[in-house]
Design a protein around this ligand. Structure first.
Ligand SMILES: C[S@@+](CC[C@H](N)C(=O)[O-])C[C@H]1O[C@@H](n2cnc3c(N)ncnc32)[C@H](O)[C@@H]1O
Length: 210
């Protein structure tokens, strides 16, 4: 895990972009701001161990700090499937996972179509970590719930639910998207949820067992 952080600190987005290894819009990208914090990953690991989660999905994997952390905590025989739009990040995580013989696969592509194809294949998950494009959180949730991708009693943890307070104040675009997402989840009778006001706000969503 320490080496993943070290590798992240050495990233040069401008260089990767100019070499055609990165697609993303550089101005909005802050390499150390994008990585999940240690405390947050420990919290995810706590839930994964408690729930004995085996099939884990991460939407937005970046350099794999959360991915490797969740793989460490998953039940024996488990797998973490990640999604990320950036080929460089996917290659790094997949290569590191192979070296460590960890059952991790990060799929490269835009999250919505990748999620739809995972749904079409009938994939189901015990634990889903959402940490991707804020304007798409509502769509991720709808695809997951409408296609039965979350097992009964399974859990979704969605990062950035507070967005530094902008979701409560609805004071910028991502903030409004996240407030819409928080409301969508709160009104959905298929789930129960709790917003933890820690880190940047972690919305915990549990599928109700009917
Ligand atoms: C905040 S970072 C994820 C951090 C990661 N979960 C961790 O624990 O360190 C968000 C990631 O989402 C990816 N991303 C952004 N928009 C995307 C999209 N529409 N589809 C797929 N990946 C996307 C970015 O490339 C970035 O790596």
């Amino acid at each position: 895990m320490k080496d993943v952080v070290e590798e992240t600190t050495t990233l040069d987005f401008q260089k990767l972009h100019s070499e055609g290894k990165m697609k993303g819009p550089i101005p909005g990208y802050d390499k150390m701001n994008m990585i999940s914090s240690t405390g947050q990953v420990q919290l995810l690991q706590f839930f994964i161990r408690k729930l004995k989660s085996r099939n884990i999905l991460e939407i937005g994997s970046y350099m794999g700090y959360g991915t490797f952390g969740m793989a460490e905590a998953m039940a024996p025989g488990g797998k973490v499937t990640g999604i990320d739009i950036e080929p460089y990040f996917c290659d790094f995580v997949n290569k590191t996972a192979r070296q460590r013989k960890l059952n991790i696969e990060v799929k490269q592509g835009s999250a919505l179509p990748v999620l739809e194809s995972l749904a079409k294949e009938g994939n189901k998950y015990d634990f889903i970590y959402v940490d991707c494009q804020k304007s798409e959180y509502c769509d991720y949730f709808k695809i997951i719930m409408d296609n039965g991708m979350l097992v009964p009693d399974g859990m979704i943890a969605a990062d950035n639910a507070l967005w530094s307070g902008h979701s409560i104040a609805r004071s910028n675009h991502s903030g409004r998207c996240l407030d819409d997402f928080n409301s969508l989840v709160a009104q959905d009778t298929r789930v129960t949820s709790a917003l933890l006001p820690c880190y940047d706000g972690l919305l915990l969503i549990q599928h109700r067992v009917s």
